[in-house]
Design a protein around this ligand. Structure first.
Ligand code: TIU
Length: 233
């Protein structure tokens, strides 16, 4: 059964069975002080507004049985998966792998690398560890989606113009249909948030669709109520 979400540039239609909620990089390293986001010179408090609506979407997705996939950006402890072009930028004392208040910055296994408590994955939810900004590059993400028969992605997380955009662009080129939830994505730059979302939906939906989470939740709720009605008593 398909559902339709009012969206830009036109309504987004999806089948719940072939759709995944994708939560990009809601890690302490980006959202909390003392991590990678802050070492890049950003005010991480700008991302806090994403957490409450995203938590509601996550809980609703779980309640209706939607596939949920989390991603984390980061590197192995010996940095062998971090290209010099990425490693050598920024303050040399605060680079990827440097010690920080939440552990080594952007290193897998460190406290700061993990997802914030409010959005912690459940044991049966897939977590994709990625070395780059996109979720497909250097990961099993594409294979995992194919194995699950997923063709549509509802994309959330941070940051809008970096990892969300890169993932949506990668997905779009691979034939996935992407709906980006405007209030469940965030940027350190308000103007990039606005323009980043506009770029996705421009030119007739050049990369995908954009809608507020309330519109997506309303579509999910309709479907879940229908599903409940279909359960034999
Ligand atoms: N710097 C920035 O805006 N973002 C990143 O480095 N990674 C993600 O977006 N996850």
């Amino acid at each position: 059964m398909t559902s339709t979400v009012p969206a830009e540039p036109y309504p987004f239609t999806f089948d719940q069975a072939s759709t995944a909620l994708v939560i990009i990089d809601m890690q302490r390293d980006f959202v909390e002080p003392g991590g990678f986001g802050e070492t890049l010179g950003n005010d991480v408090s700008l991302l806090a507004a994403v957490v409450p609506p995203l938590r509601t979407v996550l809980e609703t997705a779980r309640a209706v049985g939607l596939t949920v996939i989390h991603t984390r950006e980061g590197h192995v402890p010996d940095l062998s998966d971090c290209p010099p072009a990425k490693l050598n930028r920024g303050d040399p004392t605060k680079r990827i792998g440097s010690p920080g208040p939440k552990g080594r910055i952007l290193i897998r296994g460190e406290y700061g690398h993990d997802i914030i408590d409010e959005l912690a994955p459940l044991p049966d939810e897939l977590v994709i560890d990625k070395p780059g900004k996109g979720s497909f590059h250097g990961t099993t993400f594409g294979a995992e989606l194919a194995a699950r028969g997923i063709t549509s992605l509802v994309v959330t997380g941070v940051t809008t113009e970096v990892c969300v955009h890169t993932t949506v662009r990668e997905a779009n080129d691979r034939g996935y249909e992407c709906l980006v939830l405007s209030d469940c994505t965030g940027s350190y730059f308000p103007e990039f948030q606005r323009v980043g979302l506009a770029m996705i939906a421009a030119q007739g939906g050049i990369f995908g669709w954009v809608a507020p989470s309330a519109a997506f939740l309303a579509a999910l709720n309709v479907e879940s109520e229908t599903a409940l009605e279909e359960v034999p008593s």
